[in-house]
Design a protein around this ligand. Sequence first.
Ligand code: ADP
Ligand code: ZN
Ligand code: ZN
Length: 752
Amino acid sequence: MTDVTPPKSASQHTVYPYRLRVAIAVHIYDLIDYEVTAQQYAEAVIGARVKVPFMNRQLIGIIVEKFDSNTPFHGQFKLKTITKLFDEPALLDQQVLHLLQWVAQYYQAPVGEVVLSALPNFLKQGRPYLLLAYHWQALTIKENDADTAKLPQKTSKLFAAYQALQLHRNGATEAILNISGISTTQLKQLEKRGLAESFQQPIDFQPTAMQLAQMPLDANSEQKSAIKKISQSLGKYQGFLLDGITGSGKTEVYLQVMQKVLEKGQQVLVLVPEIGLTPQTIDRFKARFHTDIVLLHSGLSDTKRLQAWQQAQTGKASIILGTRLAIFCPLPKLGLIILDEEHDLSFKQQDHMRYHARDVALYRAFKQNCPIILGSATPSFESLHLVEQEKLQHLTLTERAGQAQPPQFKLIDLKAQKKQFGLAEPLIQHIDAQLKKQHQVLIFINRRGYSPVLMCGACAWQADCPQCDTHLSYHLKPRPILQCHHCNYMQPVPKVCPACNHEDLLPIGHGTARIEESLNQLFPDYPMIRVDRDTTTRQDSWQKIYQRAHRSGAAIFLGTQMLAKGHHFPYVSLVTILDIDAGLMSADFRAPERTAQLIMQVAGRAGRGQIKGEVLLQSLRPDHPLLQSLVTKGYASFAKQALAERKIGHLPPYRYCVLIRAESQNELYNVDFLQFALQHWASFGEAKVDVWGPVHAPMPKKAGFYRTHLILFSDSRVELQRQIAPWWQWLFKQQRKFELRLTLDIDPQDLG
Ligand code: ADP
Ligand code: ZN
Ligand code: ZN
C-alpha cells in the first residue's frame, strides 16, 4: 500500500506530516490522500467517515489508512485538506476493510466504490451513526375485571402478539419485534388498549443470549456425520461442500452446526440467493433459535437496512440472513458462514462490481479463521473442482429425510409424439391423471409473455427489436404489445404485416401466458396459478401462492424459474419442464451445467410430502448423452462426465477466465480497439494466455450498442491477475479516447 516512488527532482518533493488515505465512491482505481492537522490525525479513526472535497463536490469517504510524518509523501500534486471528521467509532473494521480492498484488487473494481458499497445508504449520505430507536414493552395487568377487559380474545392474533411481547421482559426495538412476527400495527393496537408502551432510546447493542426455541431433529447417520465433521472445524478455517439432494435435510445440518456456534456467543452469516429469502426460510431459523436475527437484502427500506446492519456490525445480532451484498457486512464475532444454494447465479453480481459472493465468502472465512459451508443439491462445477483439489471437504446427503422419496424421471421424445398447444400428448395424459387424483402439478417454461415471436404467415416477416439482435415477445395482456425482454423496448402490435401488408400475423412458440391459455382449455375445471414477472411482483402474491401450495386438492402451478427455487410444494406429484432443449443446444459451455441444475431443482419440487413424485421432460433430443446421464444416473454422474469434457476443452474451472467487453455504436470500432488492446498485452508482462476473439457477443447488439468480446484463458490465476491489473488500468484510460464502453469480468459466469 505504501508504494513510495522516489522523487524525480527536489521541486516535486513535498513533505506532508499527516495524511489520511480515503476511499470515496468515484470511478478511479486508487484511494486518495488528504492532508490533516496533527490534531485531526490524532482523532481520525480508521474505518470511520470523513468529509472531503473532490473535484467540485463534497463527498463522504471512509478512512482506510493513516500516515504520519515518518512516512514522507513524494508527489507532484498539492494535497487537499479534509472538510471534517465524523465523531464516531469505526463503521468498517480492519478485516472488512481488508476484504473490500482485496475484492477491488481481485475484480479490478474502483476501490472507493467497493468500500462505500459496504455501507447502508443512510451512512453513505452522511446521516449520524447513533440513532434512536422505538422500543416497546408489554405492560402487565392486574387480575381484576377492569384490567382483563383490556385483553383481546384469547384466540386472536393480537393476543398472541401480546404474549410474544411479554417474552421480551426489558422491551425490544420495533425492528426486532417486527422480525419476531409482531407488526407495528399490532403494537399500536396494544398501546391503545393499555397493554404496551413505547419509548425512544438509543439503540442498545448488548447481545442477548441465544435460547433454543425448539429441539433439534434426530439427525440421520449422514446428517450426523456432516454435523460432526463441521463441528470439529469450529474456530478455524475449513471449507465444506454439503452436497445433498433436495429434501435431504441440509437445513437441519446448518441448524445443528449453527447452534454450536451461537452457544459460543458467535455470529453466523447465512447467504441465500436473491429469490431464496422467502418467509419460509426465515421462519425455520426463528422457530429453532430465540435470538437476534436480522435480514439484509436489497428490498429493505433505508431505515430498516441501517438498523439491521447496525445490529450485525455491533455484534448484537447473532444470525445474519442476507443476499450477496451481506458478505461485506462487518461482523465482529463471525464464527461460521453458510452459503445455501451455492450454485445459484445470483451470488455473482453481473454489473458494476462483478464479484462472486461465493469466492468472496471463501476468502473471508479463510482470513477470519472460521468454517464455511457451501450447500447445494446441484453443486457448481467450481465447487466440485475445489473438492477435486481437496480445497473443500465433500459431505454428502444421499437420501431424503423423513418419508419423502426422490422423484422418477421420464423423457418424452417430442419428435415421436402428437402435440397439442406445444404439449406432447403423453404429457397431457399424465397431467390429467394426476389432477384426477386430486394431486397438484407444476409446469415450467422459462419464457414469459404469450409467444416469443410474432411472424407473418405470408412472407415470414418477424417482429424484431430495433435495438437488439432478438425477436420481440408478443404479450396479450393487459393489452396486446410487442416487448423486448432485453432492453424493454415496446411497440403496439401491427394490424398488418409491415413487409407485405398481409393480415395473417401469427404468434410462434409458447410463453407462460399462452401455455396458461392452452391449459385452461385442456383442464377448465382446475384452478391454475401462474407465477412469472408479469403476474407475481409483490410479496403478497407470493403469500397467496404459498397458501395454495399448502392446501391439498388439485391445482396447476405454471411459471418460470421464479417458481423453481427452494419452495415447498407438499401436494405436487408431477413436475415438467417444457423447454429444456434451448439449454441443451446453447453454444455457452456452461449451458449443460445450468440446464442440469434447473432440471434437478425443478425435480426437487416433486414428491416432497407423502405423495410420490414424477418428473417429465419433453425434448427433441432425448438421447442427448448428458441428459441421459442426468436422468438415469443423477447429478453427480452427470457432473463428472461434464467436468471431464471441460477438462479436455481446457475450460473453466480447469482454467481461469477473464472477459473484456467493448460496446459502441460501431462493431468494427470494437474489433479494432480489442485488437489494439491485445497487441499491448505482452508489454505488461509475460502471462501466457489463450485468446478467444475479438468475437461478437452471443447477443451482438443490445439496447442499440454493438457488443464485442475478448476472452482470455490462463492456467495460472496468479499470473493472470498480476498482468491484468496494469493492462486493464491502461486500457480503461484509453477507452475515453476511443469513445467506447469497456467492462471487465473476472471469472465471468455469463458470456452473454
Ligand atoms: P434440504 O434443505 O436439503 O432441501 P430440508 O432441510 O428442507 O432439506 O429437509 C426436508 C424435510 O425433511 C424438512 O421438512 C425437514 O424438517 C425434514 N427433516 C430434515 N432432517 C430430518 C431428520 N433427521 N428427521 C426427520 N425429518 C427431517
Ligand atoms: Zn408479410
Ligand atoms: Zn431490445
